[in-house]
Design a protein around this ligand. Structure first.
Ligand code: 9WN
Length: 423
């Protein structure tokens, strides 16, 4: 059974491989997505090390001169997805979107490097690591320059798509000021492939499009957009992921003998350790995102709230509060970790980031819990993920209540997490 599923997972990655880059799902998402590719590399690494490295290399070959790494690379146009390259209008080769996505690539590169070292192949991969390292550092510097205006070591998202948690209720209140009156007509493709009940609403799509139009009107000048965008939210997920990624990049800097870069990364880590407490909502007793424009905490317990362990942020009282949330939620659902607290009135079992479980988020939560010494909770998150996949298939996401698959099937990063945790 396990061998069959391992083979099925490998077959999904091979089938979604477009030659150097992997699509999340051939029908619904026919391009290269940023954080999907990073996780996919970890999956390839379990059976094809060279191909794993190529995945990260292709993503970073689309990096812009300012260090920015786009959330989508449109290597070839495809009418199956909206909005495509013509709507983004970034006017680049290769064609890309104009926003970024959660910075997990450095963490995945460290996984690849450690696995190459363990296999006695450090000499073969050292030059590839050395070529990628400065690109990752430039991206992390780009975040520090453009997305951390108050120097707190956090990440400000300028579009819900940047967070990777598109329609999380965390973006509802901060999205209200977005002017959608001039968005115009457009035809969505996602609801042609999938049941609309699983997808974001028309109001959410109008806001997504309005923000794309805003960025385009600014000529995708990242500094300018960061200073004026109508949506500016310190995302707890991206902030925790960048802190973790900076720690992993530091480990790589040390392995590669890059002393000055290591010192710079220690500074970025210290800044985040000192500033991340800004994302703790004392009234609700949870980590959550915070609107930069109003200063308001979202107050939501989401799957991203549990990434503090993965980020290495440790505080006994906060850890205890998060573990209590985990216990409470585990008593309410059959499978951890729902993307929204099931006790929240807005919880919806299959509607994208308002309920379903994502294997990649579980991998980060489980990894963090294990590293922080919470072995029981870590094992439960891992086992729930494997059970969901084994019983229901390699779906994009799953209902935490009954395990129903949500979104696309034969999904690349779900296959990658299966392999990373099981193969
Ligand atoms: C927009 C590809 C991506 C993931 C995101 C997920 C979804 C896109 C969409 O699919 O977002 O980027 O059109 O729904 O929310 O996390 O990277 O799998």
């Amino acid at each position: 059974m396990t061998d069959d599923l391992n083979e099925a997972a490998r077959a999904i990655l091979r089938a979604n491989d477009r030659g150097g880059y992997t699509v999340p799902n051939g029908r619904v998402y026919p391009f290269q997505w940023n954080w999907d590719s990073a996780f996919v590399a970890m999956g390839f690494d379990t059976f094809d090390r060279d191909r794993a490295w190529a995945e990260i290399e292709s993503l970073f070959s689309a990096q812009w001169e300012d260090g920015f790494v786009p959330h989508i690379v449109f290597w070839k146009d495809d009418p199956g997805y909206f909005p495509g390259p013509a709507v983004w209008g970034t006017d680049r080769t290769p064609m890309t979107s104009g926003i970024t996505q959660p910075p997990v690539a450095a963490t995945m590169l460290r996984q690849l490097w450690d696995s190459a070292v363990a296999a006695g192949e450090a000499d073969t991969y050292r030059s590839r690591a050395a070529a990628l390292f400065p690109k990752l550092l430039e991206w992390h510097r780009w975040f520090a320059r453009n997305r951390d205006p108050e120097g707190r070591g956090i990440v400000v998202a300028l579009h819900p798509w940047e967070t990777g948690r598109d329609n999380s209720p965390e973006w509802d209140a901060p999205g209200e000021p977005i002017d959608i009156t001039n968005v115009g007509d457009y035809v969505r493709r996602d609801t042609g492939h999938l049941d609309a009940k699983m997808r974001p609403t028309k109001l959410e799509y109008d806001r997504y499009l309005a923000l794309v139009q805003y960025g385009r009107a600014q000529g995708w000048d990242h500094a300018r957009i960061a200073a004026t965008n109508p949506f500016r939210v310190a995302d707890v997920g991206m902030s925790m992921m960048l802190l973790r990624a900076n720690r992993d990049l530091l480990a790589l800097a040390e392995a590669l003998g890059r002393g000055a870069d290591a010192e710079e990364l220690r500074g970025l880590i210290a800044r985040a350790e000192a500033g991340i407490g800004w994302l703790w909502d004392e009234a609700k007793g949870t980590w959550c995102s915070r609107d930069l424009l109003t200063g308001r905490h979202s107050g939501f317990v989401t799957s991203a709230s549990f990434l503090s362990f993965y980020a290495g942020v440790s505080d006994p009282a906060k850890d205890a509060a998060m573990l209590a949330h985990l216990e409470r939620i585990a008593g309410r659902v059959a499978h951890l970790m729902p993307s929204l607290d099931p006790d929240d009135p807005g919880f919806q079992m299959i509607r994208y980031w308002r309920g379903p479980v994502w294997a990649v988020v579980n991998w980060m939560i489980g990894t963090g819990l294990a590293e922080a010494g919470h072995a029981g909770s870590a094992a439960k998150v891992r086992q729930d993920t494997l059970d969901l996949i084994a019983r229901n298939g390699f779906y994009e996401a799953f209902s935490p209540i009954d395990g129903t698959g949500s979104g696309g099937d034969d999904f690349s990063w779900t296959a990658a997490i299966w392999l990373a945790w099981n193969a």
